[in-house]
Design a protein around this ligand. Structure first.
Ligand code: PMV
Length: 313
C-alpha cells in the first residue's frame, strides 16, 4: 500500500529573523508543493529517492553521522519503523526551489511525516506538525517552527514562538511575484549572522524589534481593511529593517528595486543573503511586474496564497 501527502511552501510576508527573538510574524503558504509517497518494503532498510539524490541506509544509524539534505526523511522513517519488521521506500517530488527561502525543507518534513506515519495508523495534524519540526531540527536546530506550522495548516497566519499561530480569516485578493536570486543560502548561517549583529548592537536591535512589532500590528489592521497600497509601503519598510540587520546584499537590492517600482512593495522573504524576494501585486500590476523581472533576466513566477495546507491522499 502506498501513502501519499503533499504540503505547500511558504513566504514570510513580515517578520523573518525577528520571529526568532519572539516578535510576531505574518506568513502565508503558497501554491507550490512538495509531494511525498511512502511505501512499506519487506526488507528492513530505508530508501529515499528524489531529484537531488538517493539515500539507502540500514535503520538505527546516528543522525549526526548522515551528511545528506535527505536526512530529515531518514529521521522520520527510522522513527516510524522502530518497532516494525518492514522497511520503507520514500519518493519525493517538489515544485519548490531549494534553499531559496520558500520553505522547501519544511514542506518536505510536513509531507514526509504525514506520508510515512499514515502507513502505520491514523495521525492528527498536531502530531504531524510535531514530527515535522523534530525532523527539521536535524538540519536546523534553532528553527522557530514557523515554516512547518504554515505548511501544515495553510493560508495566511500570524505566528509567534510563544503563542504559536493564529489564522487570519480575511482572504485578501493579492498575488505575489517571487523572484529568485539563485544564490543558495543557509538559514543557520544567516540566523547566526543576525545573532552576531544583535550581540554587538543590543540597543539598535531592540529598537528595530519594537518597530517590527508595531509594523506587524499595523499590517494586521490593513489586511482587514484590504489596503494593498499601505501594505506595500509596510513591506518596503520591513525590507529596510532587514537591510539594517545585515541580511541583504547588492543583488537582492537590485531585485527589490525592480519589485518596488513595478508593484506595491517588495522585500526579501526568509533568511536572506540569497534566496528569493517577493513583490506584492494584484491584477493591475501582476503581468507588468513579471515582465520587468523577466526583462532583467531574473527567474520569477507568480504565486497565490494556498488555503489548503497539508493534503493527504
Ligand atoms: O530562509 P528560510 O525559509 O529558512 O527562512 C527562515 C526564517 C527565519 O526567520 C530566518 C528563521 C526561523 O527559524 O524562523
Amino acid at each position: 500500500m502506498k501513502s501519499k501527502a503533499s504540503a505547500p511552501g511558504k513566504v514570510i510576508l513580515f517578520g523573518e529573523h525577528f520571529v526568532v527573538y519572539g516578535i510576531k510574524s505574518i506568513l502565508c503558504s503558497i501554491n507550490k508543493r512538495v509531494t511525498v509517497t511512502a511505501e512499506k518494503t519487506k526488507e528492513k532498510k530505508i530508501s529515499i529517492n528524489s531529484k537531488i539524490g538517493k539515500l539507502v541506509l540500514q535503520p538505527n544509524k546516528s543522525i549526526s553521522k548522515i551528511d545528506s539534505p535527505l536526512k530529515p526523511f531518514y529521521y522520520l522513517a527510522n522513527k516510524a519503523i522502530k518497532d516494525q519488521k518492514e522497511g520503507l521506500e520514500i519518493e519525493i517530488e517538489s515544485e519548490i526551489p531549494l534553499g531559496a527561502g520558500l520553505g522547501s525543507s519544511s514542506a518536505c518534513c510536513v509531507a514526509g511525516a504525514a506520508a510515512i506515519f499514515k502507513l502505520f495508523g491514523k495521525i492528527s495534524k498536531e502530531k504531524i506538525l510535531e514530527l515535522a519540526i523534530e525532523a527539521e531540527k536535524t538540519i536546523y536546530q534553532n528553527t522557530s517552527g514557523a515554516d512547518c506550522t504554515v505548511s501544515t495548516y495553510g493560508g495566511l497566519m500570524e505566528y509567534d514562538k510563544n503563542s504559536g499561530f493564529k489564522k487570519i480569516k480575511d482572504e485578501p485578493n493579492f498575488q505575489l511575484v517571487i523572484a529568485n536570486s539563485n544564490i543558495e543560502h543557509s538559514t543557520e548561517s544567516m540566523v547566526s549572522k543576525v545573532k552576531e549583529f544583535e550581540n554587538k548592537n543590543k540597543e539598535k536591535f531592540n529598537e528595530l524589534s519594537n518597530l517590527e512589532s508595531k509594523l506587524v500590528e499595523d499590517v494586521l489592521k490593513l489586511i482587514k481593511e484590504n489596503k494593498i497600497n499601505e501594505i506595500g509601503e509596510k513591506i518596503n519598510q520591513n525590507q529596510k529593517f532587514l537591510e539594517e540587520i545585515g541580511i541583504s546584499n547588492e543583488q537582492l537590492e537590485n531585485m527589490i528595486e525592480i519589485g518596488q517600482i513595478s508593484s506595491y512593495g517588495a522585500k526579501i522573504t526568509g533568511s536572506g543573503g540569497g534566496g528569493c524576494i517577493f513583490a506584492l501585486t494584484n491584477e493591475s500590476n501582476l503581468e507588468n511586474t513579471l515582465k520587468e523581472f523577466t526583462n532583467k533576466k531574473y527567474e520569477c513566477f507568480p504565486a497565490k496564497i494556498d488555503y489548503k495546507g497539508l493534503n493527504t491522499f
